[in-house]
Ligand binder design. Structure first.
Ligand code: IVH
Length: 667
């Protein structure tokens, strides 16, 4: 292939990939499978490495993160990135309205928007090319974080506009990604992020853009900075225009003619806020007409034409009765605050993770303290601070133990970890957690084996490791408390049935560090049998898409352990299936629940790659489409499902979660 041919193919690949990105990340409506997408990206990277001079900064290959930087460059904002004045109640909003009307002496309409709780950023485009992305910084000077922002797939790297334009918006981390990230951090003994905003900011301020690339960030654009264009006359037109240019704007904005309407909008979101898949901390109200905005101008700090209504912080005061310790599956020892029950943001809170000893020291938390509680990201209860005025002689300092609370072996603090870890492989707490994980829904999915029963079985010395589950006898179980003839039979049947599970469930169930449900499936599909996987080395493992260094290393080490080998062998002898049973493309069963059904997939899937789900459904005669309409028969909604889910609900379309999909496919 010569240079000219390569150039042509590269151009075509970029156009296609950009379109797929837009469909997936902005419209939430993919038109191609993940594997088709991956193939195109691979081909593009291949061609670009053959002809490095053809590599351009807007190539979609640049989204995976580049070479780490030594430091961030400073960026001057020609038009300052201002912050907004705050309103905390209805009266403040009415005052704002009064000031606006007095300033203008004419009719005014407002645009209300959600105040996204993330990090304000500015994106510059020149000749259509995304050339510079920056943080807000102090408003006049920010930091250049272009390569980090390029990893956000909803940011177009090229737009169809020749004028130079600067657009502004809020980069954020969806709640779900935040929860998953913190869970991972906890399990790895690292310091968790306090809230999604810090997580987003922390990710975008990394010198190594590969970190941002792995963090699932997103963005909503809400305003235009520098732009030599006078044709648009209102903010609402700008929002529409941003959307036309291919930017992701938040769909929930509303034009309001009166302050009463504004107040109703605010109240609506006070209630609806928990249902969003991202965090908001208030509502922004803006005068719609740009000429009016200009006439109103600015005070020293804020525009007079906009205000931010801040939701009341949902905090509560209670007493910290005790600090309990728990040992997780990976041996990390986590302290948890036991609280006098208190209501926060709609639910009763009785426990809050304190994560690690450093955090307890930092906040100077003592047993018996009166503490302020809130929900971080409105989801996870958190001790914000101690009410020091209420201190007396009674409070006691807390120290992490030197020994594991479950097995009494010495705890260690691994390098670079804030957590203490029990490294005794036969620690009962870890064994129990490992068993609970093994039988859980995304793993072996054994019905009737809840946490309580697992603990009971362990404590009665009926089950010590995974293999023991398959050696249980009816007589053993009948002796347990609350176990009747019927439940014993059901449980034994469920255990027996789980032997037939496809390989990926077993792989996930083994609890190999860093191997989640999705990776387990990828591995099973790739190797087809456990023998093949066990004999794969590090190099073979990292060859696989989606398997990174850390995971490959962990898998290779796991299967190197004689104990692991013995366990696999024992499970095999007990009759567990060790092969991948997922559908192959060539399978075409006559009849299936999906046959001739029009199906929409939305949200983030945790077990399946989207492409795989699509292929399997299509193999079973289903038709996948991008948007929900009256013709849709079934919506499969993963995490963070948004507008498609609401639409399906409105239209009365049947809705499944990912587990239902899995069960249907397994059948
Ligand atoms: S407008 C001059 N709209 O809130 C107007 N800001 O103090 C500038 N924010 O720094 C901002 N969502 O980080 C605007 N829909 C929205 C917003 C929003 C979040 C943040 C932004 C800004 C702060 C305002």
């Amino acid at each position: 292939m010569d240079r000219a041919q390569a150039n042509k193919e590269i151009e075509q690949l970029r156009t296609e990939i950009n379109q797929y990105n837009y469909e997936y990340h902005v419209l939430d409506s993919p038109s191609v499978s993940d594997s088709e997408y991956d193939k195109k990206i691979q081909r593009l990277i291949e061609l670009e490495s053959m002809y490095p001079d053809l590599l351009t900064p807007d190539s979609p290959s640049q989204r995976v993160g580049g070479e780490p930087l030594d430091a961030f460059r400073k960026v001057q904002h020609t038009i300052p990135m201002l912050s907004l004045g705050n309103a905390f109640n209805e009266e403040d909003l009415r005052d704002f309205d009064r000031r606006v009307r007095e300033g203008l002496n004419e009719e005014v309409s407002y645009v209300c928007e959600l105040k996204i709780d993330g990090l304000a950023v500015s994106l510059r485009y020149e000749d259509g090319l995304f050339t510079q992305g920056a943080t807000r910084g102090d408003g006049t000077e920010g930091e250049e974080i272009t390569s980090n922002l390029k990893t956000i797939r909803s940011i177009p790297l090229r737009i169809d506009l020749d004028d130079a334009i600067e657009v502004r918006g809020e980069a954020f981390m969806p709640k779900k990604s935040f929860l998953a990230l913190n869970e991972k951090k906890d399990a790895n003994g690292e310091e968790p992020f306090a809230n999604p905003r810090n997580a987003a900011a922390g990710s975008l301020r990394q010198l190594d853009s590969k970190i941002a690339a792995a963090r699932n960030l997103d963005i909503f654009l809400y305003s235009v900075g520098q732009w030599e264009d006078g044709t648009l006359s209102s903010h609402s037109e700008r929002l529409d225009y941003l959307k036309t240019l291919g930017f992701k704007t938040n769909p929930e904005w509303k034009k309001c003619q009166t302050i009463e309407e504004v107040i109703a909008y605010v109240q609506g979101w006070v209630e609806n806020r928990p249902n969003l898949s991202y965090e908001i901390d208030g509502i922004v109200i803006k005068v719609d007409n740009l000429e009016q905005q200009e006439r109103l101008g600015f005070t020293a700090k804020n525009p007079r034409w906009a205000i931010a209504y801040k939701f009341p912080a949902e905090e509560a005061i209670t007493k910290l009765i005790d600090i309990e310790l728990s040992v997780g599956r990976t041996g990390v020892v986590t302290p948890t605050a036991i609280l006098e029950p208190v209501k926060v943001a709609g639910t009763t809170v009785q426990r809050a993770s304190l994560h690690n000893e450093d955090l307890i020291r930092e906040k100077d938390i003592r047993i018996g303290d009166t503490v302020v509680i809130k929900k971080a990201g409105d989801i996870i209860p958190e001790v914000v601070r101690v009410v020091k005025d209420k201190r007396s002689e009674e409070q006691q300092l807390f120290h992490m133990p030197k020994k594991c609370p479950a097995c009494d072996s010495e705890l260690v603090r691994l390098e670079e970890e804030v957590a203490l870890r029990c490294i005794n492989p036969s620690c009962p707490a870890q064994l129990i957690e490992g068993l609970i994980h093994f039988v859980s829904r995304n793993a072996m999915n054994i019905d009737g084996l809840g946490e309580k029963v697992v603990i009971q079985l362990f404590e009665e010395k009926l089950v010590h490791d995974i293999a023991d589950l398959y050696k249980l006898e009816k007589e053993d179980l009948l002796e347990l408390e609350r176990m009747g003839e019927k439940s014993v039979t059901n449980l034994l049947e469920a255990i027996e049935a789980s032997k037939q599970n496809s390989l990926e469930r077993l792989l996930f169930g083994l609890g190999i560090r860093f191997v989640g449900a999705k990776a387990a499936r990828t591995l099973a599909e790739h190797f087809l049998s456990i023998e093949q996987l066990v004999s794969a080395n590090f190099e073979e493992l990292i060859e696989i898409n989606e398997i990174g260094d850390k995971m490959a290393d962990s898998i290779a080490r796991y299967f190197d352990e004689p104990q692991a080998k013995a366990l696999i062998q024992e499970l095999q002898q007990l009759g567990l299936n060790m092969e991948y049973k997922g559908l192959r493309k060539t399978d075409q069963p006559e009849d299936s629940v999906f046959k001739d059904k029009t199906i929409v997939l939305t949200g983030k899937l945790e077990i399946f790659a989207r492409e795989e789900a699509k292929q399997q459904i299509e193999a079973l005669g289903g038709k996948i489409t991008g948007s929900v309409s009256k013709k849709t028969d079934l919506l499969i909604a993963g995490a963070d499902a948004g507008s498609k889910l609401s639409k399906a609900e409105q239209l009365g379309v049947e809705i499944w979660d990912e587990e239902q999909l899995r069960q249907a496919l397994d059948n």
